[in-house]
Design a protein around this ligand. Structure first.
Ligand code: CA
Length: 295
């Protein structure tokens, strides 16, 4: 493959994560979890702006009205895109101060899903939550350690999910009408030498793209055969997440982190924390789902 890897935004994210392409504004948005920032970049103009949420932000999505919904350290909230104002919704883990929210995404019916993780990254005290359009929170999976990559199959019948320390991609049956998931099973096992599976997105052919924490790469997998199809090496080790973007959804945006790297390691990967974009990918992404309030 004739991939072309570029730095889309030369920033020093501590923990860049959760990229989303916003089709309405033609911007790529992502977070720095630790700094509590939502970044927004217009790749045509290079205009880059930052919204500070003043607490850790695990993930976010774009709402049908153009504002953001976020899974913050202290729960779900709407974020006004113009002024950053937070409107608190609910905190399902107010009794678990050792946990924070992590990766999240909207399902095809416009519900927002986000999971948690323990700060110590070893307790299986985390869960996966769903926030529906009526702003009701429900717990969808428990016994999780680091809730991470998630996406839905193109036929809306399967939910793919990563609990990072398991090195597995699991699948659930998914009911788009009710939002229920069931029948959890492991479909892909990531070799430990490839790094921890972190963020994940699906492409327009139904293949899964996975970011590898500590693995210097993103990989592409066929969920039907459990086989790796492709791997793209990056000049940074802590690769956290990826999404398709650009007007034709034909570029892959990739986030990464500086967190946990020593000075010596940072010297070897000076672009750690930047937003990357990979061009000349043979496939495209799908239009990202928006959060749809039904109130
Ligand atoms: Ca992650």
């Amino acid at each position: 493959m004739n991939y072309k890897i570029e730095v889309a935004c030369n920033v020093e994210n501590e923990l860049g994560e959760g990229p989303i392409w916003d089709s309405a504004t033609k911007t790529i948005c992502w977070v720095d979890i630790i700094k509590g920032e939502i970044h927004e970049l217009n790749p045509s103009t290079d205009h880059h702006r930052i919204i500070n949420t003043h607490e850790m932000i695990g993930s976010f999505a774009v709402c049908t009205d153009g504002n953001f919904i976020a899974a913050l350290q202290h729960g779900f909230a709407f974020i006004n895109r113009e002024n950053g104002e937070k409107k608190f919704i609910a905190d399902p883990e107010s009794d678990l101060p050792g946990n924070r929210f992590n990766d999240g995404k909207c399902d095809p019916a416009g519900r927002f899903w986000a999971g948690t993780m323990s700060f110590n990254t070893t307790d299986a005290s985390a869960s996966l939550y769903q926030l529906n359009g009526k702003l009701e929170v429900s717990k969808q999976a428990t016994g999780i350690t680091i809730s991470n990559g998630l996406d839905w199959s193109l036929d809306k019948k399967t939910f793919y999910y990563i609990d990072t320390p398991t090195f597995n991609v699991d699948a659930f049956d998914y009911d788009n009408e009710s939002g229920e998931i069931s029948n959890r099973r492991t479909i892909i096992q990531i070799p430990k030498a490839d790094g921890f599976p972190d963020g994940m997105c699906i492409d327009a052919t139904g293949m899964l793209w996975i970011a590898h924490w500590g693995g210097w790469q993103v990989t592409r997998w066929d969920p039907a055969t459990s086989k790796k199809i492709d791997a793209i090496k990056l000049p940074v080790s802590q690769v956290t997440s990826c999404c398709f973007g650009g007007e034709n959804l034909d570029s892959l945006y990739v986030t990464c982190a500086r967190e946990g790297l020593t000075e010596a390691q940072l010297d070897k990967e000076p672009l750690a924390g930047s937003l990357f974009v990979i061009h000349n990918i043979e496939t495209k992404g799908i239009t990202p789902n928006l959060f749809q309030p039904s109130m």
